[in-house]
Ligand binder design. Sequence first.
Ligand SMILES: *Cc1c(COP(=O)(O)O)cnc(C)c1O
Length: 219
Amino acid sequence: MSIRSNLEEIRKSLPAGVTLVAVSKTKPISDLNEAYQAGQRVFGENKIQEMSQKWEELPRDIKWHMIGHVQRNKVKYMAPYVSLVHGVDSFRLLREINKQAKKNDRVIPCLLQMHIAEEETKFGLDTTELNEILDSEEFPKMENIAVTGLMGMATFTSNEEQLRREFKQLKTIFDTLRQKVPTAEILSMGMSGDYKIAIEEGSTMVRIGSSIFGARNYH
Ligand SMILES: *Cc1c(COP(=O)(O)O)cnc(C)c1O
């Protein structure tokens, strides 16, 4: 299977209104170019340095999404161009994004990452921490970030009931968030193994890597 035919297969299965983020982490420029030639314009990376290198080499109409855990001291490198940060999991990080966005005279859209999996290893906020951010005096004054939704990663399991339960939980938090934050319209959930279930449970943005580009080799 080619990258083009994988993309076509996946696009066919996505309902209108669901955005496909092609997760290209660890993949060479040539693979991203192939996806670009097949019409893909939204790419997801999980390392700022790697994303910046690819950003420099590839066409400027690509939207770059940071989907991984973000270190605060590296925000400055992506602030000039990143179009969505999925993994905002602390107030301190949100503040740093706001600060660097201001330096670049832009507003950076952010998704707050919620911890929905049973695994401790996955990052994210709980609802108490989420509300601490939203209800703070500072939050409405942060003019250079826009919270445009939520992101979550389900447990790595083939148990469909569990996946559904975790996605439902995130959807419920999302519905509550939307009452407080009018700019929130994105619910980023679903990867290669679970995106069909995520869409059934209300996802509006899926992050798909291996089903497009093949398995990754980590080195
Ligand atoms: C790697 C990654 C994905 C894509 O995973 P696949 O299983 O290859 O589709 C999605 N979201 C995040 C946060 C990732 O790190």
